[in-house]
Design a binder for this molecule. Structure first.
Ligand SMILES: NC(=O)c1ccc[n+]([C@@H]2O[C@H](COP(=O)([O-])OP(=O)(O)OC[C@H]3O[C@@H](n4cnc5c(N)ncnc54)[C@H](OP(=O)(O)O)[C@@H]3O)[C@@H](O)[C@H]2O)c1
Length: 288
């Protein structure tokens, strides 16, 4: 049986949808959720619900019993994630899981000077723990989601243009559903033992490229402004954007500028058996 954690989230839900589309019987899929009420759609599809919380070790041991393949989707609680994922890896071992799959994150700078050390550190710690655990593993190094762009651009992007301190550097932004389909393909085939896969798009795009794509899509010029981080923070603060969002947008923009997500290494096309959705194709689905 395959168990998917984070099954009420975007990536988990989408991976389960692809498993079903590819012919896995619902009775062979289990979903780890924190609350049964949030999982009614999964229950209705015949998926087995296992209740568990990354914070509660024993709940994970119980939930992982009888599971051969466990997809551990990285948690969204960035502050507590290292400990939570340590719980999940140790519980997988105790419960007798055969093969663990983990959704990690693309990065280059692994030191604490990285502008995204606040997310990268727990991914690195979990990868190391998995590799030392003795479990058979597969690690996915997910690039930045294309799906976060509308959030980063803000609601008025078509009036004000793209305003982000991301420089001119490119990034291999990737559609979350493409990652989910690739992960589903890996979960249902053999030959992925102890592999680390790069789930990155084939093309790298800069913010200027994205603004150009937006311009083509909506038929008017959408400019890209590349402010200093200080001006960016001041502008968003004046617009009453909450501080935690400003910090996150600024941190990820700086990471893009430093080339953290630019890569020519990708396993996505091979794992999907087709070309991934491009940034421009994705933007057209949102802004056309
Ligand atoms: N590559 C990127 O650009 C990018 C962007 C955003 C996030 N991420 C990472 O990728 C992961 C998946 O993305 P997503 O879009 O599917 O995120 P999401 O929609 O926020 O889903 C997160 C999932 O994690 C579950 N979860 C959180 N804390 C948990 C806990 N203590 N115990 C058990 N489950 C817990 C949530 O359950 P509830 O429904 O109960 O809250 C939810 O199902 C995120 O969690 C984050 O680590 C990557």
């Amino acid at each position: 049986m395959i168990l998917v954690t984070g099954a009420t989230g975007n990536l988990g839900k989408s991976t389960i949808e692809f498993l079903l589309k590819k012919g896995v019987a619902p009775s062979n899929i289990a979903a780890l959720v924190r609350s049964e009420e949030k999982a009614i759609d999964l229950t209705n599809k015949g998926i087995t619900i296992r209740i568990g919380d990354y914070d509660h070790y024993q709940s994970l041991v119980d939930a992982f019993k009888g599971i051969n393949r466990l997809l551990l989707i990285s948690g969204s609680d960035i502050v507590n994630r290292s400990k939570q994922q340590e719980n999940a890896v140790k519980a997988a071992k105790e419960a007798g899981v055969k093969h663990i799959f983990y959704t990690s994150f693309e990065r280059k700078n692994e030191t604490d000077s990285s502008p995204i050390h606040f997310v990268a550190a727990s991914h690195m710690a979990t990868e190391a723990l998995i590799q030392q655990s003795g479990l058979v593993y597969t690690i996915f190094r997910n690039n930045l989601y294309l799906d976060i762009l509308p959030w980063f651009f803000g609601d008025n992007v078509l009036e004000t243009g793209v305003f982000l301190p991301a420089g001119e550097t490119k990034a291999a932004l990737t559609l979350r559903d493409d990652m989910a389909e690739a992960i589903a393909n890996v979960l249902i085939t053999d030959g992925h033992e102890n592999q680390t896969y790069a789930l990155s798009n084939l093309e790298n795009v800069s913010m200027a490229d994205l603004a150009k794509s937006l311009s083509d899509i909506v038929g008017k010029t959408i400019p890209y402004t590349n402010p200093s981080t200080q001006v960016y923070v001041e502008t968003l603060t004046k617009a009453n954007v909450p501080n935690e969002f400003i910090g996150m947008f600024a941190g990820f923009s700086e990471a893009i500028k430093q080339g953290e997500f630019e890569t020519s290494k990708s396993d996505l096309e091979t794992l999907l058996g087709r070309k991934p959705i491009t940034a421009k194709q994705y933007l057209a689905t949102i802004y056309k």
